[in-house]
Design a protein around this ligand. Structure first.
Ligand code: FAD
Ligand code: 2HG
Ligand code: ZN
Length: 456
C-alpha cells in the first residue's frame, strides 16, 4: 500500500525495485555495511520530496536520504530490516541559475559537485569545494556531511560555501531560505541546522552557493620532508611568505605514496631519494614561480624540507594531484584499514603523530599506519591496517580517539559520524552538547523517521 502510494507520487521514472538497481545503493563505498530496502524513490522536485516524506511519516516508515553514496561512515545506506525507504536525490540535478555579478548560484541537491565547479568556471567564477569523490558525490551529500576536501585551508568547509538552503522537514513542510545574501541577521540561521546533520533533521533539496573569483594560475609543488612537525613549520613559513595564496596543503607518508605507486598506473614519485613524508601544495601567485622557488629555498635553509619539485606545466600538476586523489582507492585495493578521520590543533600535530606511533606500537606492533590528509586544516586520515585476524580494531580506535580528545581534537573531522562512528559521539561530546542534539532531533523529527540509527 505505502509502496504503491510512493510510486504514484513520483511516477514511473521515479522509482525502482529492480534488485540490480538496488544493489549498489545498499552497500557503502568502503564495503563496511550492507543493508536492505523495498524501494529506491527518486523524486523530480521538492514538492515530490515533501509528498514522499508526508506519506512515509503517516505510515511511520523511515527514510534514508542518499546522494552519491561516497560517504565514509555508512550514513547513506539503510539498515538490514528491509523496511527503510531510500530517497535518492539523483534526478534533482538542475543548476537553477548562476549570478556572476552576485558571485552566487542556485542548485538542486542532486547536482554532482564537479558539474557545479564547471558551471562556475564557465562564467569565470570559482566554486571552492573540491574532493577526490567530486565526479560522483552530490552537493546535497556534501552539505549534509559538511564536507572538507583539499581547499579548506583557504576557503573553509562546505558550510562556508552556502548562502541559502531549501530543505524538507520530517512532516513534509518545505523550509525555503534560498536567499543569496552575505549579510542577513533576521532571526535564527536555519540553514546551519541542516548542514552537517547527515539527513537526520531534514532533506536538503536545493542550495544557494557562494562563488569566488577564479584563483588565477596555480603553481603546484611536491616537497620532501623529514617529519610532520616540519610540514606544520613549512605551512607556517609559506603562510608568512605567500600570505593567503595557499590553496591546498596536503601531507602524505612515504608508505602511502608507495601504496599509490603499487595500485595506480603512472604514479612514481619524481625524486631519486625517498623521504619519510611529502607535502603536496597549490599556491595561487599568478604563475610567479620564482616567488615560490625562493620561498621553498628559504624554507630549506630553515631545515623544513629536504627536496622539492615544482610542476612545470598543468599535465605535471595533474599527475601529482591524481596520485593524491587516488589514495583512498589504493588503500582499499591493498586491504581494508581501520579509518580515523581526526583533527587536532596544528600546534599539537607533531605530538599527536609521535604519541600515536608509540601507542600503536604498544598495542599492535604489526599494524601498518596509513597516514595522509589535509594537514593545512589540522585534519589527518590516521588509518591503521591491522594484521589479518586481528581483534584489536576497537581498542586501537578508542585509544587513538582518547589521544585526539586529550589534545583538544575531534574524532570526526570531515567525514561525519553516520552509522560507523555513532557510538563515539556520546563519549567525545559533553552532556550539554548531547542533550541539545537530542532535543533538536526530537523537536524536528519526533517520529524518528529521518535516517534513524545515524549520528545520534
Ligand atoms: P552520501 O554518501 O550519499 O551521503 C552522505 C550522508 O548525507 C548520508 O548520511 C546521507 O543520508 C546524507 N545525505 C545525502 N544527501 C542528502 C540530502 N540531499 N539531504 C539530506 N541528507 C543527505 N569527504 C570529505 O569531506 N573530504 C574529502 O576529501 C573526501 N574525499 C573522499 C574521497 C573518496 C575517494 C571518497 C570515496 C570519499 C571522500 N569523502 C571525502 C567522503 C564523501 O565523498 C563526502 O562525505 C561527500 O560529501 C558525500 O557526498 P555523497 O553525495 O556521496 O553523500
Ligand atoms: C581523502 O582525503 C578522503 O582522500 C578519504 O577524505 C580518506 O580514505 C580516507 O580515509
Ligand atoms: Zn579527506
Amino acid at each position: 500500500m505505502l509502496i504503491e502510494q510512493l510510486k504514484d507520487i513520483v511516477g514511473p521514472k521515479g522509482w525502482t525495485t529492480d534488485p540490480d538497481d538496488l544493489e549498489p545503493r545498499l552497500t557503502d563505498w568502503r564495503g563496511a555495511v550492507h543493508g536492505a530496502t523495498p524501494i529506491v524513490i527518486s523524486p523530480a522536485n521538492t514538492a515530490e520530496v515533501a509528498a514522499v516524506i508526508r506519506t512515509c511519516a503517516d505510515a511511520n516508515v523511515a527514510i534514508v536520504p542518499q546522494g552519491g553514496n561516497t560517504g565514509m561512515c555508512a550514513g547513506a545506506v539503510p539498515d538490514a530490516s528491509g523496511t527503510q525507504v531510500i530517497l535518492s536525490l539523483a534526478r534533482m540535478n538542475a543548476i537553477r541559475s548562476v549570478d556572476a555579478v552576485n558571485f552566487s548560484m542556485e542548485v538542486e541537491a542532486g547536482c554532482i559537485l564537479e558539474n557545479i565547479q564547471n558551471a562556475a568556471t564557465a562564467v569565470d567564477r570559482h566554486f571552492a569545494l573540491s574532493l577526490s569523490a567530486e565526479g560522483s558525490c552530490q552537493i546535497g551529500g556534501n552539505l549534509s556531511t559538511n564536507a572538507g576536501g583539499i581547499n579548506v585551508v583557504r576557503y573553509g568547509t562546505a558550510r562556508a560555501q552556502v548562502l541559502g538552503l531549501e530543505a524538507v522537514m520530517a512532516d513534509g513542510t518545505i523550509v525555503s531560505s534560498l536567499r543569496s545574501l552575505r549579510k542577513d541577521t533576521a532571526g535564527y540561521d536555519l540553514k546551519q541546522l541542516f548542514i552537517g546533520s547527515e539527513g537526520t533533521l531534514g532533506i536538503i533539496t536545493a542550495a544557494t552557493l557562494k562563488l569566488n573569483p577564479l584563483p588565477g594560475v596555480i603553481s603546484t609543488a611536491l616537497v620532501a620532508i623529514e617529519s610532520p612537525g616540519d610540514a606544520v613549520g613549512l605551512l607556517a613559513y609559506l603562510r608568512t611568505e605567500l600570505a593567503d595564496a595557499i590553496e591546498a596543503f596536503e601531507l602524505v607518508s612515504s608508505y602511502v605514496f608507495g601504496l599509490v605507486a603499487k595500485h595506480i598506473p603512472d604514479s612514481a614519485l619524481p625524486f631519486d631519494q625517498q623521504a619519510p613524508w611529502y607535502a603536496l601544495l597549490d599556491v595561487a601567485i599568478g604563475g610567479d614561480e620564482e616567488r615560490l622557488e625562493s620561498a621553498l629555498m628559504g624554507a630549506a635553509e630553515e631545515g623544513l624540507l629536504s627536496d622539492a619539485v615544482i610542476a612545470k606545466n598543468s599535465a605535471e600538476a595533474d599527475r601529482l594531484w591524481r596520485m593524491r586523489h587516488s589514495i583512498a582507492e589504493a588503500e582499499r585495493s591493498e586491504r581494508k584499514a581501520q579509518k580515523h578521520d581526526v583533527s587536532v590543533p596544528l600546534s599539537r600535530m607533531e605530538e599527536f603523530l609521535q604519541r600515536g606511533e608509540s601507542l600503536l606500537s604498544d598495542l599492535v606492533p604489526d599494524a601498518q599506519l596509513v597516514a595522509f590528509g589535509h594537514v593545512g586544516d589540522g585534519n589527518l586520515h590516521y588509518n591503521v591496517a591491522l594484521p589479518d585476524g586481528s581483534e584489536d580494531g576497537a581498542r586501537v580506535t578508542r585509544a587513538l580517539y582518547d589521544l585526539v580528545d586529550e589534545l583538544g581534537g575531534s574524532f570526526s573531522a570531515e567525514h561525519g559520524v553516520g552509522f560507523l562512528k555513532r557510538q563515539y559521539l556520546p563519549i567525545y561530546r559533553n552532556e550539554g552538547e548531547i542533550a541539545l542534539m537530542r532535543t533538536l532531533k526530537r523537536a524536528l523529527d519526533p517520529k524518528n523517521i529521518l535516517n534513524p540509527g545515524k549520528v545520534i
